[in-house]
Structures are given as structure tokens and as C-alpha cells.
Design a protein around this ligand. Structure first.
Ligand code: TMP
Ligand code: ASP
Length: 269
């Protein structure tokens, strides 16, 4: 079923998939998808729900910026180009059903699971795998599980680990330069089939929705933990991350976006 189009001057697109924070539509060319960032936020496996006004616009910008920087150092990503304030054109991939979490400091489920104080530095970056399965609550899995259930091959995991650790090194440096500590983050990878070649590329998004970012001076949380833990000022924190990255939308862009989403003239049928 076609959904109403919030961009009145664009033809309706075929929805492919709706996740908690994003939607995917059929792209204009074969092998492409349109990734739409929503303001919806969920936590604790969908038990807590809300909206963070303007989050979709900010995450679209932040993820674009980080994916482009990663592409510059040779990490293949699904990002093709930005389409508008909430949408980007991406390569269609077959998602590997794993959430790859890279941790530099103890926090969140890790701190709880192992009884470690939040903020404790880890001797070296730690890579964890979680099965992408909401019904099972995304359980932690080992490489043995991954191979036994054939969610990915040994070659896939070699490639994924290498890209995840390289991404971590790069992003740690980048965020440190902005006065932000990259505590941990989650990545997703997908299988891309192009010109008869199959390879694993970085997919999904990198934004304050799936990173823990702490201000290095004040220790303040600048990520989705503000929503998860009801700390308030969620949107301000996301805006500050975008501002430090140099991608905060201008007032004129924000006003134009508001008009596109709430047109005062009804779109032509
Ligand atoms: P965790 O400490 O709750 O396991 O989260 C680790 C990192 O992964 C943190 O930066 C938040 C991110 N994350 C997601 O992006 N999606 C999820 O569903 C969960 C549980 C965590
Ligand atoms: N995104 C996940 C969910 O709602 C959990 C989280 O980010 O904390 O289910």
C-alpha cells in the first residue's frame, strides 16, 4: 500500500520496510533505496516510545557526514547521496542479522552484565555481537553461534571486525577533536551485490541514536541515553553533536523543511 507522501512535490514511493527510527522506500534506480529518518524513538526493545522533535533531520545529517568521512578512509558504506533534509539515497543491501557493538568504556548493558562501573576504560576496544531479533530481545551471541547458525561466514566476520575496529579508531579520533568521548556504538553491515561482485559494506546509520557520546569536559551524555534515562534536553544534545560536526541545519533550511512537511497549499492530486 502506498503511504501519503510528506514531500508534496515528489511522486509517491513504494515502501519497502519500516523500522523503529527509519523507513526504507524503493529507490529511483535498481539496487538503490531511499532511507527516511523519522523523529520516533524507542528504547528497551520498543517498551519505551516517544518522539524527539527534529531528530530525523539531525541524524540524517550526522550519519551522512560520518559515512562520507569513513568512505574517505576506504570503509565501503551504503551511502550514495543526500536527497533532502530527512532522506538519503543508499545502496540496497542484504542486512547481516547482527548488531555489532564496539566499546571503549564500560556503559549500558555491558556495565550491568559484568558489574563494572560506568565510564571504566576498557584495556582495548571490545567487539560484541547481538542477534537482530526483537522477539528474543537481541541476545548477545558469540562467533561460534554466528557460524553454527550461519548468520555470517568466517570471512564475513573477519571483514566486519576489521571494518568495525578501523571505524572505531577513526571515529574516536574525530570525536576527540570535537571534545566528545566515543564510549560505544552499534554498527550494522550488509551484503552488497554490484557488478557481479559480493562484498560486505557498512549500512544503517551512525548517529546519537546508536552511539554513546559524552562531553569530555563535563561528562554530559549527548546521545539517546538522555531519552532512555529521561534526562531531558534530548534534542539539544543531538543538535550540539551536529553543531560540533559542522552539519547543523541553518534556520532557513529548518524553516524550509517545516514548510515542506506541513505545506499550506494542499498537494495536487
Ligand atoms: P548497550 O550498552 O545497551 O548494549 O548498547 C551499546 C551501544 O549500542 C550503545 O551505543 C547503544 C547502541 N544500541 C543500539 O544502537 N541499538 C540497540 O538496540 C541497543 C540495545 C543499543
Ligand atoms: N533501539 C532499541 C529499541 O527500541 C533499543 C535502544 O536503542 O535502546 O528497541
Amino acid at each position: 500500500m502506498l503511504k501519503p507522501n510528506i514531500y508534496p512535490f515528489m511522486p509517491p514511493r513504494k515502501p519497502i520496510y519500516e523500522g523503529k527510527a527509519k523507513q526504507l522506500f524503493e529507490g529511483p534506480e535498481p539496487g538503490t533505496l531511499i532511507q527516511h529518518f523519522k523523529d520516533d524513538a524507542t528504547a528497551f526493545n520498543n517498551q519505551k516510545r516517544g518522539t524527539i522533535s527534529g531528530k530525523g533531520v539531525l541524524n540524517n545529517r550526522i550519519s551522512e557526514c560520518l559515512m562520507l568521512r569513513l568512505a574517505e578512509i576506504g570503509i565501503p558504506t551504503h551511502f550514495i547521496r543526500s536527497l533532502n533534509m530527512r532522506e538519503q539515497l543508499v545502496k540496497a543491501v542484504q542486512i547481516i542479522p547482527l548488531e555489532i557493538v564496539i566499546r571503549n568504556y564500560a556503559a549500558g548493558s555491558f556495565a550491568k552484565r559484568y558489574g563494572v562501573e560506568e565510564g571504566t576504560p576498557l584495556g582495548q576496544p571490545l567487539v560484541e555481537y547481538f542477534l537482530k531479533n526483537d522477539k528474543l530481545g537481541d541476545p548477545l551471541v558469540s562467533e561460534e553461534h554466528i557460524f553454527a547458525f550461519q548468520w555470517a561466514t568466517t570471512q564475513d566476520i573477519d571483514d566486519i571486525r576489521l571494518m568495525a575496529l578501523r571505524t572505531n579508531d577513526f571515529l574516536c579520533g574525530l570525536f576527540t577533536g570535537l571534545g566528545i568521548r566515543l564510549v560505544d556504538f552499534k554498527l550494522e553491515f550488509g551484503r552488497s551485490f554490484e557488478n557481479g561482485m559480493e562484498r560486505i559494506i557498512l549500512a544503517d546509520e551512525i548517529s546519537p541514536d546508536n552511539c554513546r557520546l559524552w562531553d569530555m569536559k563535563t561528562g554530559q551524555k549527548m546521545d539517546k541515553d538522555r531519552f532512555r534515562l529521561d534526562l531531558g534536553n534530548v534534542e539539544d544534545a543531538y543538535r550540539e553533536v551536529a553543531r560540533r560536526l559542522g552539519v547543523l541545519p541553518t534556520e532557513a533550511e529548518t524553516a524550509a523543511q517545516g514548510k515542506a512537511e506541513k505545506p499550506d497549499i494542499a498537494p495536487a492530486e
